[in-house]
Design a protein around this ligand. Structure first.
Ligand code: NAP
Length: 255
């Protein structure tokens, strides 16, 4: 392998990916593992399918079962991962939920559920890994998963839009403080991707057609579409990138 290809290698690295059992998180696990990382996938249910997909690419994957709706999960994750590896190098904050309702009908409970997982957990899990990284001065990589609704208002998902707009801001805020410690905090904003998150939208033929008509690439995205950006932001290739959100959206934002 020449030195330029080496830039994208994750050999010898350890990554934590939240929401690892399905969808985009599963795709990110496969990508990072194929690039050489030992991936610890956090999920509240079995990650057997992800393990099988990682095995197919010859990668290394360990499941960590935790319900991320409660901040106490952070200590469990850190303790479990650190008992099995010397050092964490990469954190991907992928787990997220969406609640669809007219703004006028949103309840406090629904609002808190979305903000707690999509935003609060992202901050405090990032803080937990960064404490180790600042202490050992060896740096690290944080990749947050944003959304088109980090840029736009969306329709009938006000808590989700608030959370993902917040994560884009948080990505910049953490990058500003931690770049000096060799910690790269960046984000990926997926466009409209065919996962559980968008089942309701894809089942509504009017919304499905309207969305497809607006995507220049003419198709919904897939977990595989996340591979390139995830490896790039997790690797030395992005060493001088801080606080930026890359859109993987088939051109949605370009319209
Ligand atoms: P998904 O298939 O619904 O995946 C969401 C993941 O988060 C699942 O692994 C889910 O686990 C996990 N999760 C939810 N609540 C959890 C909890 N309390 N504890 C632990 N894990 C929990 O949807 P996805 O599209 O892959 O979503 C991944 C990320 O991409 C999310 O942050 C989402 O907002 C973002 N995103 C998606 C799209 C899109 O079009 N699909 C676009 C932009 C951004 P369970 O399977 O157990 O629920």
């Amino acid at each position: 392998m020449n030195s330029i290809q080496n830039l994208f290698s994750l050999a010898g690295k350890t990554a934590i990916v939240t929401g690892a059992n399905t969808g985009l998180g599963q795709g990110i696990c496969v990508a990072l593992a194929a690039a050489g990382a030992h991936v610890f996938g956090v999920a509240r249910r079995s990650c057997e399918e992800t393990l099988n997909k990682v095995n197919e690419v010859g990668g290394q994957f360990t499941e960590v079962i935790a319900d991320l709706s409660d901040l106490s999960a952070i200590e469990k994750i850190m303790t479990e991962v650190k008992s099995k590896t010397e050092r964490i190098d990469i954190l991907v904050n992928n787990a997220g939920i969406i609640k669809r309702a007219d703004a006028i009908d949103v309840t406090v409970a629904e609002w808190d559920q979305v903000i707690d997982l999509n935003q609060k957990l992202v901050f405090f899990l990032s803080q937990a890994v960064a404490k180790d990284w600042i202490a050992d001065q060896k740096g690290g990589k944080i990749i947050n998963i944003c959304s088109m609704l980090s840029y736009q208002g969306g329709i009938r998902v006000p808590s989700y839009t608030t959370s993902k707009s917040g994560v884009a801001g948080l990505t910049r805020a953490l990058a500003n403080e931690w770049a000096i410690h060799n910690i790269n905090v960046n984000a990926i904003a997926p466009g409209y991707m065919a996962t559980n998150n968008t089942t309701q939208l894809r089942n509504d033929s009017n919304r499905n057609d309207a969305i497809l008509e607006r995507i220049p690439a003419g198709r919904w995205g897939t977990p595989e579409d996340m591979y390139g950006a995830a490896i790039f932001l997790a690797s030395d290739a992005s060493a001088y990138m801080n606080g930026f959100t890359i859109a993987v959206d088939g051109g949605w934002l370009a319209r």
